[in-house]
Write a protein that binds this ligand. Structure first.
Ligand code: CA
Length: 247
């Protein structure tokens, strides 16, 4: 971890901002509070933070718009961003990952949980004191943490696994992309259907299972000993967070 990573907070509610600043400071971070999106953009431009926490409901711009604006800044693609949201429909948008955001925290949140999440994102993004992230893909923000065996190239709709380019069908790619972007996050079959398939009504739970099965076979062909996709019986699937960095 860098000595005192700067964490930008775009949040208009001072009570929440105070709590965030307090817990982050206690944990050795340097919080920078911006009550508006405009201010966040100015701060981010002046000195890019190690990570940015974006409230979805800001007075002058919503958090998604702010995210897009920040991403276009020179350092924007390298800074992990975390959404703060109180509404489940907003969570759906974050989870849809059209934006490629790193994560979200639902309000009300536990301050300890938030700090733990910030730490794990910084660790995953490689900001551990050995310099900044090595960008291997064309779109670093949307690429996977480099410790994982997966390398995602959203522009080309390609995924490499232990260096090997996977030949995936459209739905296999969609499933794996979602999981790779959120290691450890459990996706229910319903979520996968609605996020990956165009017309969920035409599909069934076993459609997801069938595609996961063919996907697993392709992964197994690359690394027979590794099982990157976990099945949660009766629930859905998640990408294993603990995977060997090489095979
Ligand atoms: Ca707000």
């Amino acid at each position: 971890m860098l000595a005192h990573p700067r964490i930008l907070i775009a949040e208009d509610e001072s009570g929440i901002a105070d709590t965030l600043q307090y817990v982050l400071r206690t944990d050795g971070f340097v919080p920078v509070w911006c009550p508006t999106a405009e201010e966040a953009i100015a701060q981010f431009t002046a000195e890019p933070p190690a990570l940015a926490i974006l409230d979805v409901g800001l007075p002058d711009m919503n958090g998604f718009e702010l995210f897009k604006r920040l991403q276009k800044l020179p350092a924007g693609a390298e800074v992990p961003m975390l959404f703060l949201t109180a509404r489940s429909d907003e969570i759906d948008r974050v989870v849809g990952l059209e934006l490629g955001a790193d994560d979200y925290i639902a309000k009300p949140f536990s301050p300890r949980e938030l700090v733990a999440r910030v730490r794990s994102i910084l660790r995953r993004s490689g900001r551990t004191g050995q310099g900044t992230v090595t960008a291997t893909a064309a779109t670093p923000a949307a690429s996977t943490p480099h410790l994982m065996p997966f390398a995602l190239d959203v522009d080309r709709m390609q995924i490499r696994y232990y260096g090997r380019l996977l030949e995936l069908s459209r739905y296999e790619y969609g499933l794996l992309r979602l999981m790779v972007q959120r290691p450890g996050r459990v996706f229910t079959r319903d979520e996968l259907l609605s996020l990956v398939w165009d017309e969920a009504s035409d599909s069934f739970d076993r459609t997801v299972d069938a595609h996961v099965k063919t996907l697993r076979a392709k992964l197994k062909a690359v690394a027979p000993e590794v099982e990157p996709i976990r099945t949660l019986r009766g629930t859905g699937y998640a990408l294993n967070e603990e995977l060997p960095p090489s095979v």
